[in-house]
Design a protein around this ligand. Structure first.
Ligand code: ADP
Ligand code: MG
Length: 355
């Protein structure tokens, strides 16, 4: 049995989440970095906390409304306020997906990973800190949690396990009971934030080694950090199986190249990003057929996007005038995605007393 205060807390939490809807779309404009100080900036107006207005050189105005808009001076901590409830949702048995979308150089990796100092760390390290702190508290009220993690990237529609030094072949499988699994994928149990960071370092090193020109490939692949969270209540035997999927998407920019190889890559990236948009839209329209299998990314996230899931997309924007075209593309994409309301259900089961 849950204590009364515990169930009231959860009920409240759920009400708040339902009010907010199950997909949150945030827009974040990064500040100019050092070598950009002499470049001209886009004419951006922050109308209110949810509205962003852009003007092009002809002074033509475009306005977009999101769940929240973060101007360049917004801190990592402010951005994370929106995320904190999702970590609790994952503990409560939901599948949570967080995407960083945007062109290369718009701040996706900064948003997800962030810098090295306490104030600049991004969503992933903050989520892990909060996750383990919450698990510690829940333990006192009879909940035992286990946490596991996998790191993979999708490059040119091929999956690579970032915890595996020797390349293996990976297939995505779907099964009614288990949902989506990836064959040969290493899933490592972790007992602390420290262990998470050690694994992540290994994963990132391997990501760099595996690519011939890693700076470029970093922006050409989708990086998926998945946290598997299982909780059991010692008395009621209630089980929550949730997950956090934290995704640094490949750069959304359109092709500007004559190389065939590059062109194929860009085609694959654009196809998977548009498949993602289509899937989210189809879910919101409650379509009978959701085209999850149109890309590796959407297939991989099938159980985390449909049904019992909560999604947050951070659309990252460059402040530079020269990026106006790509900025508009990103805003339009995000705006399309925003129309969604997934009907979230918990992954709730009971362990039978025979077990
Ligand atoms: P992307 O991953 O989309 O290619 P990055 O996250 O690497 O872009 O960001 C590009 C540059 O801008 C990096 O030097 C990064 O540190 C910096 N940057 C991005 N967002 C911010 C921010 N909100 N505050 C300060 N610097 C940022
Ligand atoms: Mg990046």
């Amino acid at each position: 049995q849950l204590s009364e205060s515990e169930s009231i807390r959860r009920e409240l939490h759920e009400k708040v989440q339902n009010l907010k809807g199950n997909i949150r779309v945030l827009c974040r404009v990064r500040p100019p970095v050092a070598h950009e100080y002499d470049r001209s900036l886009c004419n951006i107006n922050y109308v209110d906390e949810a509205t962003i207005e852009l003007r092009n050189r002809e002074n033509h105005k475009s306005e977009f409304i999101f769940d929240q808009v973060f101007p360049p001076e917004a801190s990592q901590m402010e951005l994370f306020e929106d995320m904190a409830g999702l970590v609790q949702s994952a503990l409560d048995g939901y599948n949570v997906c967080v995407f960083a979308y945007g062109q290369t150089g718009s701040g996706k990796t900064y948003t997800m990973q962030g810098g090295q100092t306490d104030s600049t760390v991004g969503i992933i390290p903050r989520s892990m800190d909060l996750l383990f702190a919450s698990i510690k508290k829940l333990k006192k009220v009879g909940w035992e949690y286990t946490v596991e993690v996998s790191f993979l990237e999708i490059y040119n529609e091929t999956i690579r396990d970032l915890l595996e030094n020797h390349p293996k072949h990976h297939e995505i499988r779907y099964n009614e009971g288990k949902g989506v699994t990836v064959t040969n994928l290493k899933i490592q149990p972790i007992a602390s934030v420290q262990e998470f960071h050690e694994l992540m370092e290994t994963a990132w090193k391997y990501r760099a080694v595996a690519s011939t020109n890693f700076n470029e490939q970093f922006s050409r692949s989708h990086a998926v950090t998945k946290i598997y969270i299982n909780g059991v209540n010692n008395e009621s035997k209630l089980v929550y199986r949730g997950s956090l999927n934290l995704i640094d998407l490949a750069g959304s920019e359109s092709a500007k190249t004559s190389s065939n190889e590059r062109l194929q890559e860009t085609k694959n990236i654009n196809r998977s990003l548009s498949a993602l948009g289509t899937v989210i839209l189809a879910l919101s329209n409650k379509d009978n057929h959701i085209p999850f299998r149109n890309s590796k990314l959407t297939y991989l996230l099938q159980s985390s996007l449909g049904g019992n899931s909560k999604t947050m997309m951070v659309v990252n924007i460059s402040p530079l005038d020269e990026n106006y075209g790509e900025t508009m593309n990103s805003l339009r994409f995000a705006f399309k995605v925003k129309g969604v309301n997934i009907n979230a259900k918990k992954n709730k089961t009971y362990i039978s007393s025979a077990e």
